[in-house]
Design a binder for this molecule. Structure first.
Ligand code: 5GP
Ligand code: MN
Length: 362
């Protein structure tokens, strides 16, 4: 065969795929000492635990168990059904349902690992036994402005995609990735996936994908995990989404903002289970140019309104939540609580929109 042109390519491809160390050697040495010397460990995370909370707890649990430790995950309350596929999710102790057992386990512990929260108030009543416990307490978290005083040791990285990312980094820094089990890899992937909206925000750091490639090497099936998390709706939950978007969403087109309310009675119409509202607050951001979405939902147990806020780019919804909704959180995903009627909550939301008008109309 005659070729009338030739390729002469000297292609030298060099991939340097390495995780940048964000846990320094002193931190790694301190954590290693805690993990090596402990016997009875409690791992805990914030109230109404989400994928990152449960994923980081069970991921660390897998590692510590593999090291022969006696480990119990205790969380303040119920976590949603779409996380129950994780190995040993059924062994997680719910403090609100098993207080005596929780107290006993916490009193026996010599190490308490607190994950994915930045202050004791985020674990509600579980703060009391944990604060009083004689065990050493470490915090691994990615929320802004942690209150470090209740802890013996803190790893706080607000820039991290998720606490699961940080747990992986800690294991990497102490040479523990080999002892991370398949189930632990699934757990950590799930938390990174959920806390970044399926890698659609807070996940531009190339290291996120270096970590995922390591988790894939453990044999996880990320597509299956994505389906377990996302395609797990009841028919009621799907209709609830339809109802919120069709009947309840109030859009302020000039402000690129919207809010919706849901009362207990409305939730009951859809046989509401905790977790059913999860993610709906993200949906209005699919509107072209939208910047801010707020959900006002009556709590089914306490006489309060739970506020969830989502924003894009530089709009800091955590500041909005701090100013108007007694809350805070991440720049683009935050929340808070109001103790007032729904009518008053709507007025407060409208005031918040007005106060941030300049930023919203840009
Ligand atoms: P969600 O809208 O999913 O309930 O909460 C999103 C994020 O907002 C959470 O990860 C947490 O960081 C933050 N957040 C939610 N509720 C509160 C609150 O009452 N106080 C503070 N400081 N942060 C909150
Ligand atoms: Mn998180």
């Amino acid at each position: 065969m005659i070729c009338d042109f030739y390729y002469s390519i000297s292609l030298v491809t060099k991939f340097e795929i390495m995780l940048k160390q964000k846990i320094n050697s002193q931190e790694a040495a301190a954590i290693k000492k805690y993990f090596d010397s402990c016997k009875n460990v409690v791992v805990t995370a914030h109230t109404s635990p989400d994928g990152d909370a449960i994923g980081s707890c069970l991921g660390l649990y897998e590692y510590l168990k593999r090291k022969g430790k006696n480990v119990t995950v205790i969380v303040p309350n119920y976590f949603p059904d779409f996380l129950h596929w994780m190995k040993d999710a059924d062994k997680v102790v719910l403090f609100e349902r098993q207080k005596t057992l929780s107290y006993n386990i916490i009193n026996m512990a010599d190490l308490i690992c607190c994950l994915d929260f930045n202050e004791m108030s985020r674990i509600d009543e579980l703060a009391l036994p944990i604060s009083k416990a004689k065990a050493k307490k470490i915090l691994i978290d990615h929320h802004l402005n942690p209150n470090k005083s209740p802890f013996d040791f803190v790893i706080s990285r607000p820039e991290a995609s998720s606490t699961c990312e940080l747990v992986f980094r800690v294991l990497d820094a102490i040479g523990g990735v080999d002892q991370l089990t398949f189930a632990g890899a699934e757990d950590l992937y799930a938390g990174m996936f959920t806390d970044t909206g399926g890698f659609s925000f807070n996940s531009n750091e190339p290291d996120v994908f270096v970590i995922i490639s390591e988790l894939l090497r453990k044999g996880i099936d990320k597509d299956l995990i994505n389906r377990r998390i996302n395609n797990n709706f009841s028919p009621d939950r799907l209709r609830l989404v339809g109802y919120v978007l069709y009947e309840k969403l109030q859009v302020f087109p000039d402000l690129h903002a919207s809010f919706f309310t849901m009362t207990k009675e409305e939730l009951a119409q859809f046989n509401y289970l905790k977790g059913d509202m999860e993610g709906i607050v993200n949906m209005p951001l699919q509107i072209k140019g939208h910047k801010l979405s707020i959900s006002l939902r009556e709590d089914t147990e306490k006489p309060v309104i739970r506020v969830s806020a989502r924003s894009v780019d530089d709009l800091p919804c955590n500041e909005i939540c701090a100013q108007f909704f007694n809350g805070g959180g991440h720049k683009n995903a935050s929340g808070g609580t109001l103790e007032c009627s729904m009518e008053e909550a709507i007025e407060i939301t409208k005031k918040a929109f007005e106060a941030w008008r300049e930023e919203l109309i840009k």
